[in-house]
Ligand binder design. Structure first.
Ligand code: F6R
Length: 245
C-alpha cells in the first residue's frame, strides 16, 4: 500500500483528480470504477475544470460505479445516478452508454447483480477503481459482516451507514434501507485501487483498514492483500495512524 498524506480535503481532491487524469490521458479507453458521496466530489470538480480547459478527453472512457440504492428512481436527487450526472457525466464528453451504474429501479436484485457483474466482465474489468471509506470501514456498500461477499449483491444497510448518509436526505426515514453494490471480489479484481479519506470521522476506519487485522468486520482491510493500492488521506483522516506510529 502506498499512502500519501495531504493537508486537507482540497489537496486530497486535487491529487486524486491528478491520478485519474493521468489514467485518462495515458489510457484513453480505460475503465474507471467510480464512487459517490462527499469524498470524491472535489476530485470530480477538478476533472471537470481540467476538461473545460481542454486538458482531458473522456470520449473513450467507460465507467463502472460501485453502487446504487435499491428502490430509488434515477430522477431522485439522492440516487447515485443523479449524483454522477450532476458532478461529472453531464459536464464532460463521456458517452452516456459508456457510464454504468447498477439499476436501483429494478426490484429483482439477483437480476441486477448478475447483469452488472457480467457487464464488468464484458469490459474486461476495472482498470482503476476509486473508493471512499465508510465510518464503519465499508467500501462500496460492503458493510461489516461475517464474510467478504465476493460479487455484486444486494445489501441491507447498517444503522451506522443510514446515520452517516441521512445528511443527504430530508429525514432518516427517507434513506433507502438496501443497496446494490459491487462485491469485495469485484473491487479486488481492479488492476489499481485509489482510496480517498478525509476528516477525523474516517480516522478509526482508516487505521483499522491499514493497520488492523484483515477481517470482514472492516471490509476495507481486504485492501491490504491488493498490491496496487494507493491511499490519499488528509491529516485528519490520518490522525489515528500518526498517533499510533
Ligand atoms: C459510495 C460508496 C461509499 C462511500 C462511503 C463514504 O459510492 O461506495 O462506500 O465511499 O460511504 O461516503 P462519504 O464519501 O460520503 O463519506
Amino acid at each position: 500500500m502506498k499512502i500519501i498524506q495531504v493537508k486537507d480535503y482540497e489537496e486530497m481532491s486535487k491529487k486524486a483528480a491528478a491520478v485519474l487524469a493521468a489514467k485518462v490521458v495515458s489510457d484513453p479507453e480505460c475503465v474507471l470504477g467510480l464512487a459517490t458521496g462527499s469524498t470524491p466530489e472535489g476530485a470530480y470538480r477538478f476533472l471537470v475544470e481540467w476538461y473545460e480547459k481542454g486538458l482531458l478527453d473522456f470520449s473513450g472512457i467507460t465507467t463502472m460505479n460501485l453502487d446504487e440504492y435499491k428502490g430509488i428512481s434515477k430522477e431522485n436527487e439522492q440516487s447515485y445516478y443523479y449524483f454522477m450526472k450532476k458532478h461529472l457525466f453531464s459536464k464532460v464528453n463521456i458517452k452516456e452508454n459508456q457510464t454504468c451504474i447498477p439499476d436501483g429501479e429494478e426490484e429483482d436484485g439477483e437480476k441486477v447483480c448478475r447483469e452488472y457483474e457480467e457487464l464488468i466482465q464484458s469490459v474486461h474489468g476495472v482498470d482503476l477503481q476509486l473508493l471512499g471509506i465508510g465510518r464503519n470501514g465499508h467500501i462500496g456498500f460492503n458493510e461489516p459482516c461475517g464474510e467478504f461477499m465476493k460479487r455484486c449483491h444486494c445489501v441491507t444497510l447498517t444503522e451506522s451507514t443510514i446515520e452517516a448518509n441521512k445528511r443527504f436526505f430530508e429525514s432518516e426515514d427517507q434513506v433507502p434501507r438496501q443497496a446494490y453494490t459491487m462485491g469485495i471480489g469485484t473491487i479486488m479484481s481492479a488492476d489499481r485501487i485509489l482510496l480517498l479519506a478525509s476528516g477525523e470521522e474516517k480516522a478509526e476506519a482508516l487505521y483499522q483498514a491499514v493497520c488492523g487485522p484483515i477481517t470482514p468486520n472492516v471490509p476495507a482491510s481486504i485492501l491490504q492483500l491488493h498490491d496496487q493500492v494507493t491511499i490519499i488521506a488528509d491529516e485528519a483522516a490520518m490522525s489515528k495512524m500518526n498517533y499510533q506510529s
